[in-house]
Ligand binder design. Sequence first.
Ligand SMILES: O=C(O)CCC(=O)C(=O)O
Ligand SMILES: [Fe+2]
Length: 478
Amino acid sequence: MRHVMVQHDLTMSNVDPVASALISQIRDSLNSTYKDFAFTCGGSIPIANQESSSNQSSSSASKTASQSESDSGNPQDVRLLPSPLITLRWDPQDPSTPASQCKLTFPSSDGQRAALMGLLRDMHPATFGVKGEEVYDESYRKASKLDTSRFSSSFNPYELGIVDAVAQLLLPNLKENRPKWKRGVRAELYKLNVYSGPSGHFRAHVDTPRSIDQFGSLVVCLPVAHTGGQLRVHPEGREDVIFDWGASEEDIGESPAIEWAAFYSDCAHEVLEVTSGHRITLTYNLYATYGGGAVTSLSSPVDMAHLSLYENLSSLTKHLESSKAEFLLQSGRFIGFHTAYRYPHTTNLACLPYTLKGLDEARRLRKLHRQEALVYPNAGLVESEADIMLWWSRHHGKPKLSFDQVKWLNEADEKKRSFADGYGNEPELEFMYCTCAIIAEVPYIQGSQGSKADIEVGVTEATESATTRPVKEGEEAA
Ligand SMILES: O=C(O)CCC(=O)C(=O)O
Ligand SMILES: [Fe+2]
């Protein structure tokens, strides 16, 4: 079986020194800018005390702890409500248990000890996936779980602004994107988990993707006393980020809070050992959506257009258009990038443009070229160039694309192509993670088949259909 090699000559011939210089700047900014983008974010939301939560319209109830100290008078501040008390109800293992004993209110207090013990009794062992098998192994994961069919809670991450915050930080929009193309986030409740001390933990894994729209995971920690149990997120080549939500009974009594963290679910993460108490969490799967992102009407804090990478790409494409891209005529009329992050895919479904993470979104060339970029899984999982050519022709109606025609602006990172050890939080292998490449055909090149009109038609077609590709699953990178 032949693997496609993607190491092509990245330096420009002497034919075009301007393009050469721009490409070398792009390569530099690709390496440096990647690290400026968040792969995880998190926060803490105070829980209102009972009196104020029953009277949410009072001005003191509608301020966060930090706002109370310095009120800016900005009308937007008022929306940052503290969380009301949170109620959790669940199905008992023994159906004769009265419903009143299957209910907890957070922050939990000593008076609820019996109900907390009842919850622990009614939980199930939390399994995980290894290479497609469902496994229960306390040396890898020691925790308990309830599926969503067995519990309900009054907690709502949309109401508290968590989902909006995650969308803005982890799925930033290009400022000039029309509302229709703005990306948003859908959070789907996934599990209730308890990691109890001593020794509750979950070793390093990635979260098993359940669809090609899934990009992240959200963990919400309810206020119950515990120590340890830090969540450690550690993507390759980046510094770890650690969320420590440990709190004592006294801390919770004085300033109860919801703690949360979201991260790209292809980043390895683990729950370190809980040394005492109970770490109780709600977990959510996060999906990218189109046409959302305007829930709060706040504009995106990230303006990709200010990135040096984006500016350099703009300059390069303007230069290629004005110079008729002589160098590309020699080496192919496509330019391509390998993504920094991995994306879920199946044999027939590839990464979607609106799920692109962090810097990968800035690498999209659609705006720059007035032509949709092709997004396909990286060469480690592609059997042959013929597959890619087939993919391209299917979606663009044009018969020819070979790797030799692509001017690659960066190199594929072999280490990142797929998560090798197969540990996930679910057994399914329907969706796999791998890096992708983004390829755009450069328009206006003399002698190419494209006219301006052809290219503009191509935008719509490719945007709507960029969902299938021919690849073989399970192959290791060459
Ligand atoms: O509880 C956490 O912080 C993370 C849990 C986790 O990684 C999972 O459930 O897949
Ligand atoms: Fe996980």
